[in-house]
Design a protein around this ligand. Structure first.
Ligand SMILES: [Fe+2]
Length: 587
């Protein structure tokens, strides 16, 4: 419904027939449409929207107009995050309180985490949580996660539910679609793509590894963007096809330096944005947000005004938004006052026309309160405690058995298939920490009582066990360990927490991070989460783990979106063959 009252007020303010609620004077206004810096500008604001820029009409500034003197500082639109994963470990109110001081006033996030673990109802709660916050947080609906629904399990979202979601203002589009899924072009995929088109919402792409014909087909299917390029050539190929390029620089990968030379291959930057693809609590607490990415882009040779466009107008246009991303009349008054343009960090942040941050301090700290999730969100694991027997691997072999083991690659998220020869003890295949081969079990949390058995090679773990629900992208409870008793203790503690991460040794809990909301989020604040994260890393190191970035790396082991061998609740999955493969290798 058109808001006539506000529109009338904006017209009257722009014409000077009515005084503005607020005005920013003495601004060096950064105009993202013309790439100009306009000195001595005034911005008038009414009902949380911009009424005019430039020279205000006589009468637009009245006795009740609150005047902010920008003191000749730069005045920019608020920054827009185009691809991230925020409902993951920490809560949205904490996230907002962390990013607003860095000038991020709009976030468009994936919602695969709660979407895949709790389905439509999980997404509904998430949207309710976001709606109560002072800044805009919108989401993309998860796209057919997991990547291989026939071989792994997640909470399904029906096409009817997608239709309901896509009608919501808070749903900005469909989340990252993996190119092999899209190119299958099955009826369900085509129906989902058609739904997104019908509601004029973009489908975000994940085209890592695709090129030429595959990339053309991906774009022909209606995909709008990609955040996966890691070099200028890949970036240019996607730009030439009309994709919005979301250059990734965050906790998962840092691609900005690798991709930045693309600016020398094309004069056109208007399809480029910078996004994080997710940040950890430590990143949020220590490294800032989009402001630091802007600063880095300038250091890499991007023109500062181009970077402002990338963080604002280009980002808005990637989602077809005309209400944000620029300082022009009628747009939402998400405004930053920035002393040093090349640093990007604001001293004042306006959200919807109100001051949200003043010199790094949140103005309304009381509004950043946790949303209360219903009890069902806290009881999402449909599993019962188990004994050590669950972690036995029965075999018909007598003495030795050859198995396929999953070997995580250090420094990447790829895993490799290796062969191990293991002993059979009392009819079961035994782990062998001397060979650095340990057990790895993935449970189905949706009531089937199914679990997949596998082995991990090269983790270094020699004792104890790790259990977690924070596993991309199905968020299934997963246990890693050397012996069955420890693994059962870890799993049972995980259930007691309602999800999260736990490390046990000799029956004792060494470290834990409870994430009882869908097994994805919890009630601890950012600082406490960071402390727990450090404790988990220390505990993993204590039991021998030598994987790099272990808090993060263990989350990725069950992720079938990347090569080569993975374990799901249905068994070992060979990514290249796109089929399940047996654990035992026959001679
Ligand atoms: Fe992502």
């Amino acid at each position: 419904m058109t808001d006539f009252k506000t529109t009338k007020k904006l017209i009257a303010t722009a014409l000077g027939q009515q005084a503005a609620d607020r005005a920013i004077i003495n601004a060096r206004l950064v105009n993202v449409f013309t790439s100009e810096i306009l000195p001595q500008s005034t911005i008038t604001i009414s009902d949380g929207k911009i009424a005019s820029i430039g020279k205000p009409a006589p009468g637009a500034l009245g006795p009740k107009t609150k005047i902010i003197d920008a003191g000749n500082d730069f005045v920019l639109p608020g920054y827009i995050e185009t691809h991230t994963h925020i409902a993951n470990v920490f809560r949205l109110h904490d996230f907002c309180a962390s990013v607003l001081p860095h000038g991020t006033t709009t976030v468009i996030s994936e919602a695969t985490e709660l979407g895949n673990s709790l389905g439509y109802k999980g997404l509904s709660w998430l949207l309710e949580e976001a709606a109560g916050l002072p800044m805009e947080i919108s989401f993309t609906a998860p796209c057919f996660s997991p990547p291989y629904p026939d071989f792994e399990s997640s909470y399904p979202i029906s096409l009817d539910e997608y239709e309901k979601l896509l009608q919501l203002e808070q749903i900005a589009g469909i989340g990252e679609a993996y190119w092999p899924d899209i190119l299958k072009a099955d009826d369900r995929t085509l129906e989902l793509l058609a739904l997104a088109k019908h509601f004029n919402k973009p489908v975000q792409g994940h085209s890592a590894g695709a090129k030429e014909a595959q990339l053309n087909a991906f774009v022909a299917a209606g995909i709008a963007s990609c955040h996966e390029p890691i070099n200028p050539e890949q970036a240019l190929e996607r730009l030439r096809l009309g994709l919005h390029l979301m250059i990734r620089e965050g906790s998962i990968r840092r691609d900005l330096a690798g991709v930045a030379p693309v600016k020398d291959l094309t004069r056109e930057n208007r399809r480029m944005t910078i996004s994080t693809d997710g940040v950890t609590p430590s990143w949020l607490l220590n490294q800032g947000h989009l402001d630091s990415l802007g600063e880095k882009a300038v250091k890499l040779g991007f023109d500062p005004l181009t970077v402002v466009q990338m963080l604002t107008l280009n980002a808005a246009e990637a989602f077809g938004r005309q209400d944000i991303g620029a300082l022009t009349p009628g747009r939402r008054a998400d405004i930053l006052i920035v002393p040093e343009l090349e640093k990007f960090t604001p001293r004042l942040v306006f959200c919807r026309g109100e001051i949200s941050v003043d010199n790094g301090r949140l103005s309304h700290a009381e509004s950043y309160v946790p949303y209360k999730y219903p009890p069902a969100a806290y009881n999402s694991l449909g599993l019962e405690p188990v004994s050590g027997k669950t972690f036995l691997y029965p075999t018909t072999k007598n003495d030795l058995v050859k198995v396929r083991a999953i070997k995580p690659e250090i420094g990447s998220m790829v895993t490799h298939a290796v062969t191990a020869t293991l002993k059979v003890e009392k009819g079961n295949i035994a782990a062998d920490s001397d060979q650095d081969i340990i057990k790895y079990v993935v449970f189905d949390r949706y009531g089937s009582k199914r679990c997949g058995h596998g082995f991990l090679a090269g983790t270094g773990i020699r004792e104890g066990a790790w259990a977690s629900t924070l596993n991309w992208e199905c968020y299934q409870p997963t246990v890693i360990g050397c012996n069955e008793v420890e693994m059962a203790a870890a799993f049972n503690h995980l259930l007691k927490m309602g999800g999260g991460i736990v490390v046990v040794n000799k029956g004792m809990v060494l470290a834990e991070l409870p994430l009882p909301i869908g097994g994805i989020m919890g009630d601890l604040n950012l600082q406490e989460i960071l402390k727990r994260e450090e404790e988990i890393v220390a505990a993993l190191t204590l039991i021998g783990s030598k994987l790099d970035n272990p808090f993060f790396h263990y989350q990725t082991l069950a992720f079938t979106g990347l090569p080569f061998l993975r374990l799901t609740d249905k068994g070992l999955f060979d990514i290249r063959k796109k089929s399940l493969v047996p654990l035992e290798i026959e001679d």
